[in-house]
Design a binder for this molecule. Structure first.
Ligand SMILES: NC(=O)c1ccc[n+]([C@@H]2O[C@H](COP(=O)([O-])OP(=O)(O)OC[C@H]3O[C@@H](n4cnc5c(N)ncnc54)[C@H](O)[C@@H]3O)[C@@H](O)[C@H]2O)c1
Length: 272
């Protein structure tokens, strides 16, 4: 089984979901390119991958910098003779009402959570088109579909990831390249370590939501592996997320009303 599995590259592999995805593919004998800006975290992931029966290498890669992603693609070509699955997972968290967010907050959030995914796709698609095979798994969020109050820059970045994934789905399918997008609700990871925003109250609320998840990062990695291999395009790992998305599609106003109620509560003003 060792070294017989898929060749997988994961950004943000030094922590949380990225690490669990690495372990999930490793259990299938996957060969892994593990990239992150955290050297210690990604080395720890590699040790765990090796223990789980996988093979891998690490490479420092900041997804804001296209040249680092291109260098990662080059290393994958040299060390694995190609890639079967690209997982654009690296991400950061942010919060704050629109009027409190600065333009710098917006640029920072978009540069990582949206442009990091655009650049990841741009760096690896030439390899996939040459191979005439490959799979792109983009990690978005339920925030892309629900637009909760007090996190507009995160919502927009993740909605962009869903729109990009839908665009690539149709453009790449004729070339034999597959695309999946994952929209998890909150789950416990180190995501809050990267939190940026004007108010700490939002950070505390997000911390509570992360803790309240009925499923773990390992559960989500398992769902992503199974459902992407089954070619389900949009993967919604949480039951509550699937229910909310069904309501939004049938009756968007019901979700807008609920989000307005949440905003009023956060702002401590009576809802109209
Ligand atoms: N945890 C949640 O509740 C949740 C919910 C929905 C979506 N997501 C998404 O899941 C993905 C993984 O996040 P996580 O929850 O595992 O958080 P995490 O903080 O545990 O892991 C994210 C990893 O990305 C890395 N990273 C951050 N900026 C980077 C950059 N510029 N270049 C390369 N690597 C970078 C971090 O070093 C870290 O190792 C993110 O895209 C996040 O938005 C998380």
């Amino acid at each position: 089984m060792k070294n017989s599995g898929q060749r997988v590259v994961i950004t943000g592999a030094g922590s949380g979901l990225g690490r669990e995805l690495a372990l999930r593919y490793a259990r299938e004998g996957g060969r892994l390119a593990l990239a992150d800006i955290q050297d210690d975290g990604v080395k720890e992931t590699l040790a765990m991958v090796e223990q789980a029966g996988g093979w891998g290498f690490t490479q420092r890669c900041d997804v804001r910098d296209f040249s680092q992603l291109a260098a990662l693609a080059q290393s994958c070509q040299e060390r694995m003779q190609g890639v079967d699955v690209l997982i654009n997972n690296a991400g950061v968290s942010s919060g704050g009402f629109f009027w409190d967010l600065t333009l710098e907050d917006w640029e920072w959030q978009i540069s990582i959570n949206l442009m990091g995914v655009v650049k990841g796709c741009k760096a690896f698609i030439p390899m996939f088109t040459a191979q005439r095979s490959g799979r792109i798994v983009n990690i978005a969020s339920m925030a892309a579909l629900m637009q909760a109050p007090g996190m507009s820059n995160y919502n927009v970045a993740k909605a962009g990831v869903v729109a990009l994934s839908e665009s690539l789905l149709v453009e790449l399918q004729p070339l034999g390249i597959k695309v999946n997008v994952v929209c998890p609700s909150f789950f416990q990871t180190n995501l809050l370590d990267s939190y940026r925003g004007p108010d700490l109250a939002s950070k505390e609320q997000v911390a509570k939501l992360l803790e309240s998840s009925p499923i773990t990062a390992a559960d989500i990695a398992d769902i992503v592996f199974t459902q992407s291999e089954a070619d389900r395009f949009m993967i919604l790992p949480h039951e509550s997320g699937r229910q909310a998305w069904a309501v939004k599609q049938a009756n968007p106003q019901a979700i807008y009303d609920e989000m307005t109620r949440l905003a009023s509560k956060k702002l401590q003003v009576p809802s109209s």
